[in-house]
Design a protein around this ligand. Structure first.
Ligand SMILES: Cc1cc2nc3c(=O)[nH]c(=O)nc-3n(C[C@H](O)[C@H](O)[C@H](O)COP(=O)(O)OP(=O)(O)OC[C@H]3O[C@@H](n4cnc5c(N)ncnc54)[C@H](O)[C@@H]3O)c2cc1C
Length: 395
């Protein structure tokens, strides 16, 4: 059995792991990133939408990462009517996430990180005293052991590394959204609009999305809340019905499935010499399921602090406590509010959405903001404000 020693091992090469590797390698550390897939960035299990400003906070956009630029946000009601919000209220991108991840991996490798594909981490290695010293991986049927001072779990929603370290990661059914997405071609859409289909008829406890890409391609998918999902009501069944009804002309190039955690952040994001980033730490906006930029941000923070911890092992505990604090400062309160609001929003019935939408349609499009929507929700469902107040105050 082969053994190798590193400063930092990162398990998982999604945006969280890749940015952790990039930062740690740039800080001069000996970094190993292990990814179980055979090709970096592929398959893309993602709608690929990111807010422009949000993304720019963490990374400078490269033209080849842009699948489409977005300046319009359209909500489609259960009755089929389209409610366009005022232009530029939302500006974002639909990424070419495969190219994005490939390029970030190349940057990390240029900075000195070693990246190994088809390396499936199966367990943590502990010494006789119970301290985590490394990871065990299966590579083409062979077991390999790798040792490091710090381990970063960036292994996504299905993370087993955090669980093996003794951190409670189980998700309740209502805190996970099974999602399925079809990447389609042959659909003609205005390239600059994101479409969100809201209501239980499309996706109970979630929503359906239609995100355009170049050349009449689009990501069309949906997520339903785990509590509504069973063998007769799968996300795939909802998506098949959705495509048949709304995009019968679409040619499906590929389907992808995946779970999105719509829970609170994990409270424990570092333990002993292990740090957790991105989806593994449940750092996803529970209202809209977006987690790319959260993964990037947490990956960058973890990579930097892990590198510092390698230089000053006696300060590791403080540095890791700082990581948890920085994450709490960046996402904590927002995340908590989004989590509570999610429950309230998903109680809206299809007729509520239709009624509210009809009212918003009477307003001039240049005046339609998220606040206008909120005001109309409250007008038509006064009890909503009570629920929201309860949600915010945690009563
Ligand atoms: C269908 C769908 C649509 C989505 N749409 C959007 C969207 O439009 N916008 C948005 O912001 N977010 C979206 N998300 C969420 C977003 O994809 C995640 O939040 C983001 O990818 C999290 O990044 P990550 O690096 O934490 O995890 P991941 O991207 O999941 O990466 C984890 C990596 O770890 C690897 N791995 C796992 N276990 C092991 C192991 N044992 N050994 C080695 N490697 C391992 C995996 O192969 C994977 O490459 C969507 C998610 C889904 C499922």
């Amino acid at each position: 059995m082969m053994e190798q020693t590193w400063d930092i091992i990162i398990v998982g090469g999604g945006p969280g792991g890749l940015f952790a590797a990039l930062e740690a390698a740039r800080a001069g550390k000996k970094v190993l990133l292990l990814e179980r897939k055979r090709e970096m960035g592929v398959p893309v299990r993602c709608g690929e939408a990111v807010g422009k400003e949000d993304f720019a906070n963490y990374v400078e956009m490269e033209p080849r990462w842009i699948g489409a630029e977005i300046n319009t946000f359209i909500m489609v009601l259960p009755n089929g009517k389209e409610v366009m919000l005022k232009r530029d209220l939302y500006s974002g991108y639909v990424l070419n996430r495969d190219l994005f991840e490939y390029d970030v991996a190349a940057r990390a490798a240029d900075a000195g990180a070693t990246i190994k594909m088809r390396s499936n981490v199966v367990s943590l290695i502990r010494d006789a005293g119970g301290n985590i010293t490394g990871v065990r991986a299966m590579e083409l049927g062979r077991e390999r052991e790798y040792y490091a001072s710090v381990i970063i779990a960036a292994d996504g929603v299905e993370s087993r590394i955090a669980r093996q370290a003794g951190i409670a990661t189980a998700l309740k059914p209502q805190d996970i959204e099974p999602c399925v997405q079809a990447t389609v071609s042959g659909v003609s859409l205005p390239e600059q609009a994101l479409y969100l289909y809201v209501g239980t008829c499309y996706a109970p406890g979630g929503y359906a999305w239609v995100f355009p890409k170049a050349n009449n391609c689009a990501n069309i998918g949906l997520g339903i809340n785990g509590k509504y999902s069973d063998k007769n009501n799968t996300a795939r069944l909802y998506l098949d019905r959705f495509l048949e009804k709304h995009f019968p002309q679409a040619s499906v190039q590929r389907y992808t499935t995946g779970g999105v955690p719509v829970s609170m952040n994990l409270k424990t994001l570092a333990k002993d010499n292990l740090m957790i980033v991105g989806d593994a730490g449940r750092m996803v906006n529970p209202l809209n399921g977006g987690g790319i930029t959260h993964a990037i941000s947490s990956g960058k923070k973890a990579g930097k602090l892990a590198a510092t911890a390698c230089d000053s092992p006696n300060k590791m505990k403080d540095l890791f406590a700082r990581y948890e604090k920085e994450i709490a400062r960046e996402f904590g309160k927002n995340h908590e509010h989004q989590y509570r609001i999610k429950d309230v929003v998903y109680q809206l019935k299809d007729e509520d959405y239709d009624r509210i939408g009809d009212e918003i349609l009477k307003i001039d499009v240049s005046k339609r903001s998220f606040l206008t929507i909120f005001k109309h929700v409250v007008k038509h469902k006064p009890e909503f404000i009570i629920d929201v107040v309860k949600a915010y105050s945690g009563i």
